[in-house]
Design a binder for this molecule. Structure first.
Ligand SMILES: [Zn+2]
Length: 277
């Protein structure tokens, strides 16, 4: 697959099926990738709904359970997939992100001996259901059913996401649940976000990443120059730090050495002056 003129092409250089949605805005420069589930019962049905003006919702891509992809808008146009949302100081992520919808029923309820979608009333086999809590559930809530994603669907999502991340130099891949916590639950616990993200970002989330400073570097209270410089700054060249968190080019780091008389310094710095140790 590749991208040409903001359209996705398949391995034969042919555009993937394209259905232009009316549920879109103007031109944008994407910075993030946002993953969703449709909460629908088929990719075809979800594509049709997202092309209906009444839906007032659409994403750039819909990936079916068979791995087939439909594109609904060019990647440099706003689509209405995120709604009220926030991330890294940004609000309204529609203006800054590409949305991928995965055909998946989402939350399922147990009725008698069956798992059922409360929305479509469709029944799902036990093998297709993961019993789990959502990461934003308050402690003590009983687990519920979540529709599993198919292997080929996840593999396709990984491949197209990698191409999008590279083509548009996207900063991160996020779940709708991450940018609209409490309001949204997709892509939910059945989506393997940790490994998906590690694959795209080229690292495992639980792996310790060691970096050294390549210039005198201020450590700040937050991810930006508007935040206060912390005592112990600037770090001299050659100081070792570990990466705790990323918000674009701003990284939250743990300084391993005692620097300028300060122990256990943790804060944000610009990643430009950090090199992998
Ligand atoms: Zn969503």
């Amino acid at each position: 697959m590749k991208i040409n003129n903001h359209r996705l092409l398949d391995d034969n250089n042919q555009p993937v099926p394209y259905r232009e949605t009316p549920n879109k805005g103007g031109v944008m420069t994407p910075e993030y990738l946002v993953i969703h589930y449709t909460a629908g019962s088929s990719a075809e049905g979800s594509v049709a709904w997202m092309c209906n003006p009444a839906a007032k919702a659409a994403a750039h891509l819909v990936i079916g359970r068979d791995g087939n992809i439909t594109q609904l808008a060019p990647f440099n146009r706003v689509t209405w997939h995120a709604g009220q949302s926030q991330w890294a100081g940004r609000s309204g992520l529609n203006q800054f992100s590409i949305g991928i919808e995965l055909d998946n029923a989402g939350k399922l309820e147990r009725t008698g001996s069956h798992w059922r979608s409360a929305i479509s009333k469709r029944i799902y086999a036990d093998d297709d259901v993961l019993l789990a809590n959502h990461k934003h559930d308050r402690p003590g809530l009983p687990p519920i059913g979540w529709h599993e994603y198919s292997e080929v669907q996840l593999a396709t999502a990984r491949e197209v996401s990698q191409i999008l991340m590279q083509k548009y130099a996207l900063q991160d891949v996020l779940g709708h649940e991450d940018i609209a916590p409490g309001r949204k639950s997709d892509p939910g616990p059945a989506f393997p976000m940790a490994s998906f993200r590690a694959h795209l970002m080229g690292r495992a989330d639980d792996e310790v990443e060691l970096y050294t400073t390549s210039a005198a570097l201020n450590v700040r209270a937050g991810p930006g120059t508007e935040f206060a410089i912390l005592p112990g700054s600037p770090l001299p060249i050659g100081v070792k730090v570990t990466l705790l968190e990323q918000q674009g080019l701003w990284w939250r780091v743990d300084v391993l050495d005692t620097v300028n008389g300060v122990m256990d310094l943790v804060g944000w710095c610009h990643s430009r002056f950090l090199t992998k140790a």
